[in-house]
Design a protein around this ligand. Structure first.
Ligand code: IVH
Length: 691
């Protein structure tokens, strides 16, 4: 990450850096959400996001369509029905220091136009490290539960949530609104997690890395009986759609929730100032490792609902709440071995095998060492005592080597110069930290990882065909290329009788394959597994080229760097020279073209149809506020307009669509009248934008 302070950057620097951050964060999102293999710690990831936010705050014009600030969480998976949230399920901004918390209070006051010493009450409650869910009740009856998904659309997990003992099935109190959506966190208590892993080990089944993964794995079961057998718990902390009053403050709402039968975290406190909130943060911090559930911070929420309403949201998070993070938990253990794993794009990742150790209530036996430079920086050697850190849901990392405890004959680690899987030469390209196996598709590790990626959730999403199946089909030569997957029905004889493949599961697999013969272009592009081309970029390419045939033809022409097609490719907003190079390298390779041709013959790749844009009456309009606004504060008015898709400008020109003029408006109002621009009062504007 660039060290240069944000206020020192030129617009051009910012443009370049925002582009790089978008790409980098997207690639970490993929590593985390799709590959379950994060490459950096939560703290490093947060730092990247904060840098992105700071840059965007200073240069709002430069906010990219694929900006990380516009995305939340993991995309929806297949298998469960989809649910569109009545109100989006968003995420939280972060505070990392006391100063950040004090600034949060100050921001709230500024936005609400309060005196700088006005009292602002907040609720402080632990931030549970689990999975957020939305629970819907109609006329008191529990009707629907959904995961967060991408924030707009989640998965229908009603049947699974019904099995939770903490869930009230029927609300009988007289003050429950007809429609009530409650949001909360499903989690697994540490003790339950340890007991579950013991049972899993005894049964020879999968053990989970941490309580959060265990909760996720238990909730995402298509077989409800399995979920029912897992010890899941639930705390609630927010609301979605509600048809009537639920209290006039967060605190009153929590009292109602408790009275209605929900579990609200007992460590929740009403705090009257930043100082009180910080005191509670420290109090819970001291209790943290002894709590029976993982927490990664405290959440502060402005107590008054009318203030929450006015504060509203900014991109992916509410202005009325923030998460104050705790530092990661650490422990000391011994590094027993360093293994090298080969990924989809050939990147060699060193993995530390550790003497198993409990960190924050969880047993850890592996940790990532990221790459060659990291091993050298740490000077990590087999036999060393190391400090590892588990930052919530991220794979643990080695953060420090205790040199003073080093055994006398420990030798420095030599990074392999040959791929441990296919023996091809290992290369390290200029400017890259990663070492890669140069074997491409002849390297079984890369070929298998690419096939796994091809069938994964956000790519072809072929249900019933997991990583283990791909490995075993590959081993036996049933599949070598992506198209072979669609030819599996020709090999039914070789599948029948294999372990785990009964008549029913074969039929399901073939049905799933049949359903995927017709595929959306963005998924198809993402599935190819071109380095750097994630979901967001897949969508950009799909939107730009419209069809597979168009894209293919354009990439042929773009191989010539002097061609118009090349210029066209690098001019796509969100795609730079480096991504373009990876795309073109993919198309230049004969094997990849053969794969594409083969798939093109077997499948129908749909043309890209752009989704509907915002239907608000002011979407796309340029508006100018002038004079004193009496109801809305300046920043509130601006934020609201932008959230409806309007562009807020500072000066009036021919391009202005609406000028909102309050008392005291001067030259801008006059200019608007001269130019014949529509002028309205604040009240008229409020009416226009009301629902
Ligand atoms: S409030 C509109 N309270 O943290 C904001 N979230 O990083 C609603 N979380 O998506 C969220 N404990 O999954 C809230 N006590 C708590 C929480 C909590 C855990 C999770 C939740 C959210 C994420 C944001």
């Amino acid at each position: 990450m660039s060290e240069v302070a944000v206020d020192q950057l030129t617009e051009l620097d910012a443009l370049v850096e925002l582009k790089r951050l978008a790409r980098e964060i997207a690639s970490h999102d993929i590593a985390y959400h799709q590959k379950d293999a994060p490459r950096i710690s939560d703290a490093e990831y947060d730092a990247l996001r904060r840098r992105n936010e700071a840059l965007e705050a200073r240069f709002p014009k430069l906010v990219r369509p694929d900006s990380p600030s516009k995305r939340v969480g993991a995309p929806v998976a297949g298998g469960f029905g989809k649910v569109r949230h009545a109100r989006p399920m968003l995420s939280l901004g972060n505070a990392f220091s006391d100063d950040d918390v004090i600034e949060f209070f100050a921001r709230v006051r500024r936005f609400l136009n309060l005196e700088s010493d006005a009292a602002v009450e907040v609720i402080a409650e632990p931030k549970i490290d689990g999975l957020s869910v939305s629970l819907r009740y109609e006329n008191g009856a529990f009707t629907l539960a959904a995961t967060r998904g991408d924030g707009m659309t989640g998965e229908n997990i009603t049947a699974n949530i019904r099995t939770l003992p903490d869930l009230p099935q029927q609300l009988t109190a007289s003050n429950v609104p007809d429609v009530l959506e409650v949001r909360g966190e499903v989690y697994m208590a540490k003790a339950d997690f340890l007991a579950l892993n013991e049972r899993q080990t005894a049964a020879g089944a999968k053990v989970f890395a941490n309580p959060r993964n265990a909760a996720a794995g238990s909730l995402r079961q298509l077989d409800t009986a399995i979920t029912a057998s897992r010890p899941l718990s639930l705390f609630v902390y927010a609301m979605g759609e509600v048809s009537g009053p639920v209290g006039d403050s967060q605190w009153a709402f929590f009292e109602n929730l408790r009275a209605w039968g929900f579990q609200v975290n007992p460590q929740t406190r009403l705090c009257r100032s930043a100082e009180e909130a910080l005191a509670h943060y420290r109090h819970i911090g001291a209790l943290r490792s002894g709590l029976d559930y993982d927490i990664d911070g405290m959440v502060y929420k402005v107590n008054r609902f009318d203030w929450q309403q006015r504060l509203g949201f900014v991109s992916r998070a509410p202005r009325w709440a923030t998460a104050h993070k705790y530092p990661a938990e650490k422990a000391e253990t011994v590094l027993n071995a360093i293994d090298i794993q080969v990924g989809r794009t050939g990147v060699l990742t060193p993995v530390a095998r550790l003497e198993p150790i409990t960190v924050g209530g969880v047993v850890v036996s592996n940790a990532t060492l990221h790459n060659e430079d990291e091993i050298r920086r740490l000077d990590a050697r087999v036999g060393d005592h190391v400090i590892i850190q588990r930052a919530g849901d991220v794979i643990p990392q080695v953060v420090e080597v205790l040199i003073e405890k080093r055994p006398p004959h420990a030798v420095a680690f030599e990074f392999p110069t040959q791929c441990p899987v296919c023996s091809s030469a290992v290369v390290r390209e200029e400017g890259e930290v990663a070492r890669r196996c140069s074997g491409g598709l002849i390297c079984p590790a890369q070929a298998v990882e690419r096939l796994k990626h091809f069938v994964s959730r956000n790519a072809f999403d072929i249900e019933g065909l997991g990583g283990k199946h791909i490995e075993s089909f590959w081993q036996d030569g049933l599949i070598r290329t992506p198209a072979d997957i669609f030819r599996l029905p020709d090999k039914i004889k070789q599948i029948e009788g294999r372990e785990g493949w009964g008549e029913k599961s074969i039929e399901n697999l073939f049905d799933a394959l049949q359903a995927r013969h017709n595929i959306e272009l963005p998924r198809f592009i993402f599935a190819l597994g071109i380095p750097q081309i994630g979901q967001a970029t897949g969508r950009l390419l799909a939107r730009h080229y419209g069809s597979l045939a168009n894209w293919y033809a354009a990439m042929d022409k773009a191989q010539d760097p002097d061609s118009e097609s090349y210029q066209d490719l690098i001019n796509i907003d969100g795609i730079g020279v480096s991504m373009a190079a990876d795309i073109l390298a993919f198309f230049a390779e004969e094997q990849n073209r053969a794969i594409l041709d083969d798939l093109d013959r077997l499948l129908t790749v749909q043309e890209f149809v752009a989704p509907d844009v915002n239907a608000s009456p002011v979407a796309g309009k340029t508006v100018v506020f002038t004079g004193t606004l009496e109801t809305l504060g300046r920043s509130e008015a601006k934020a609201k307009a932008e959230s409806l898709g309007a562009k807020v400008a500072g000066t009036v020109s021919k391009k202005t669509d609406i000028v909102i003029a309050g008392p005291g408006a001067g030259s801008k109002l006059k200019k608007a009248e001269d130019l014949g621009v529509r002028v309205m009062t604040e009240q008229e504007w409020i009416e226009l934008i009301q629902d």
